[in-house]
Design a protein around this ligand. Sequence first.
Ligand code: FE2
Length: 345
Amino acid sequence: MEQLATLDDLPKHYVASLTQKNLVPLWPSLRNVLPPNQPIPLTQTTVWHFNEIKPLLLEAGELTPIEKAERRVLVLANPGHGLENMKATSSIYLGMQLLLPNEWAPSHRHTPNAIRLIVEGSGAYTTVEGQKCPMEHGDLILTPSGLWHEHGHHGDEPVIWLDILDLPLVYYMEASFVEGGDVQKVIGLDAGHRYAKGIVPTLHFMREKSDFPLLRYAWTDTKQVLDALANDPSYGGAAQISYINPETGHDCQKIIGYSAMRLAPKEVLPLERRSAAQVFHVIQGEIQIDINAQSHQLQKSDTACAPCFAQIDLINNSPEPAYIFVADESPLQKKLGLYSTRSRI
Ligand SMILES: [Fe+2]
């Protein structure tokens, strides 16, 4: 494509008079906003090791009481976006949150959608719209846009979870805000018990919340399905599941998509190149992840992100199966008609 003129090619007095009138010439920036053939992502491949996060998070527990933090979180920030912007990718926020025994993170609701993936510890819970969801290792809990949620802890050890939000996108749209609320009245069985198996207590079945009928996806159920797929010779594909709304079959949330996969010992899984940035988090086991020809070792509870159209291979060099949680921007891109895949290089 033709090289275009730059700002320096214009007389200074002309540029000054444009600026004074809130005008900007397009052509010096045209190749930046419309790069040829594929995007130029700010998102850099980044890895966060849990054994480096955990001591700093526990130290935060000593430095800052929950009342002064409201949510005690260390944000996993991508240097490509500037750490202060608190983005893992253009649309995805990642935070590692700590709740200590007997602490309570007060009820609130906000416009960004959030999920929690439980990383370590036991005894905490999240109450969403009155439904108390236990937080056990590997569980996925949804706190969608506009739903009241609070976190409590009856146990005796620190609980740490990974927060994933579409905050960067919602903030960019100038649509991000929060409201504080009162302690929620718990209305009985947790969401998983209500809806996970397709049967519901008739008295409490709330059709008006059917956008999010299932709020907790228990890891014990997910792992069981992944193991069954891996051990079924007739299945013949990668052992991967998608977290969906069981009523509609659509993605469980509207902007970020969630899935999980199992890599058998010695399995190598080449992924297709996708227009959506992706986040990988190790629930159990360990893997090597090759992103654009750079190898990274991920242990249990480590997290990595990869930019759009990255060439990615997941490799399990260990004698044990590995279980990986994946978040990506594909639901958003599909709704906007922007999603595509490309063949591997
Ligand atoms: Fe929240």
